[in-house]
Design a protein around this ligand. Structure first.
Ligand code: NAP
Ligand code: GDD
Length: 346
């Protein structure tokens, strides 16, 4: 029987890559989409199928992690074999500005979803497997390299909420013997990365500066070091975790770390530009408590189910720059057409 999966956070970076992966494997994919006054499905438009078409394998449902009644209903109609909880207010800096909402969606939202699953399993007797999108931010100030044995030391409301979600998930595994796995994923990026995360902010600026659409790039701490991988590789680890014999907690990382400064070198350098001429520091991008150095050790995932990253740092940066250079050219072209349209209508 083809399997069915439910993805919370399907409209995000990871949700889009995971949907592609599961559809290619023959799954029926159900996704939870938040109601928004404008379209928020740009990342999954290419796999979207009209509800009037028969034989569709991607089905979208309105829902929100802050609304357990709706989550319960989505679970009843989707009857999933696997649940992937990728939904989150996922921006660390924003979590200092909206800590309560971050806790509600990330921590309590995970609890709501787990509890809906508990009732569903207990009423139907079905086997359902659950993936929780944990984060290397949970390690925060812990000394690198970090692995599954490293104690958490969260440094933001987002990270504290992810730690709570991690322990909720683990408790449901132990208390009810459910198949619940925590992925502890280090930073992963792609051309679909949200525009306010540092990598995409940089590559987007490279494209726009090249196209003459932007003159400066304002950033915060250039010394922070991150273990950056490619999102397309990381969603495979999520899926592999749920196919494994045993549930568990698994670090997913490349095992290499670079500073924001090194990312700038690589990204601007690939476009033939010197970032020192364009980048300025704006303290508004500093965080009240920073995470200085994340470097993951993914040995456990490699040994358990053979996962390893396939995209090296330089290839990742170049993929993102190339995509953003192209997007900026399209933006410039569209701006030119609009300006010409305004002029001819006068
Ligand atoms: P993302 O691009 O920010 O996507 C987040 C998704 O969650 C979006 O679909 C968003 O919907 C949805 N969402 C936000 N608030 C929600 C709510 N209250 N109820 C339901 N859905 C909600 O994040 P991502 O990079 O794909 O990351 C996926 C998950 O992995 C997140 O939980 C993130 O915290 C975690 N994570 C990410 C990384 C990373 O480096 N990317 C590393 C470790 C862990 P809208 O599209 O409507 O905003
Ligand atoms: N966003 C941002 N914007 N970050 C900046 C900037 C800037 O202008 N300037 C410097 N930085 C630094 C941040 O201070 C941080 O140390 C680093 O760049 C990375 O910031 P982000 O790209 O925002 O990612 P993050 O590491 O805080 O969080 C991401 O990765 C986590 C996994 O470790 C998010 O995707 C989280 O959701 C995820 O859990």
């Amino acid at each position: 029987m083809p399997k069915s999966a439910l993805i919370i956070g399907i409209t995000g970076q990871d949700g889009s890559y995971l949907s592609e992966l599961l559809l290619a494997k023959g799954y029926t994919v159900h996704g939870v989409v938040r109601r928004s006054s404008s379209f928020n499905t740009a990342r999954i438009n290419h796999i979207y199928a009209d509800p009037h078409e028969s034989g569709r394998r991607l089905l979208l449902h309105y829902g929100d992690l802050t609304d357990s009644t709706g989550l319960r209903r989505v679970l009843e109609v989707s009857v999933p074999d696997e649940i992937y909880n990728l939904g989150a207010q996922s921006h660390v800096k924003v979590s200092f500005e909206n800590p309560e909402y971050t806790a509600d969606s990330v921590a309590v939202g995970t609890l709501r979803l787990l509890d809906c699953m508990r009732d569903h399993i207990q009423h139907t007797g079905r086997n359902v497997r659950f993936y929780q999108a944990g984060s290397s931010e949970m390690f925060g100030a812990a000394k690198p390299p970090q692995n599954e044995e490293t104690p958490f030391y969260p440094r933001s409301p987002y990270a504290v909420s992810k730690v709570a979600a991690h322990w909720y998930a683990l408790n449901y595994r132990e208390a009810y013997n459910f198949f619940v796995s925590n992925g502890i994923l280090f930073n992963h990026e792609s051309p679909r990365r949200g525009e306010t995360f540092v990598t995409r902010k940089i590559t987007r600026a490279v494209g726009r500066i090249k196209a003459g659409l932007q003159k400066k790039l304002y950033l915060g701490n250039l010394d922070a070091r991150r273990d950056w991988g490619f999102a397309g590789d990381y969603v495979e680890a999520m899926w592999m975790m749920l196919q494994h014999d045993e549930p568990g907690d698994f670090v997913v990382a490349t095992g290499e770390a670079y500073s924001v400064r090194q990312f700038l070198d690589e990204a601007f350098g690939h476009a033939g530009l010197d970032w020192n001429q364009y980048v300025e520091i704006d303290p508004q991008y500093f965080r009240p408590t920073e995470v200085d150095y994340l470097l993951g050790d993914p040995s456990k995932a490699r040994k358990a189910f053979g996962w390893k990253p396939r995209t090296p740092f330089r290839e990742l940066v170049r993929m993102m720059v190339d995509s953003d250079v192209q997007l900026a050219l399209e933006e410039k072209y569209m701006a030119g057409r609009t300006a010409a349209g305004v002029a001819s209508s006068r």
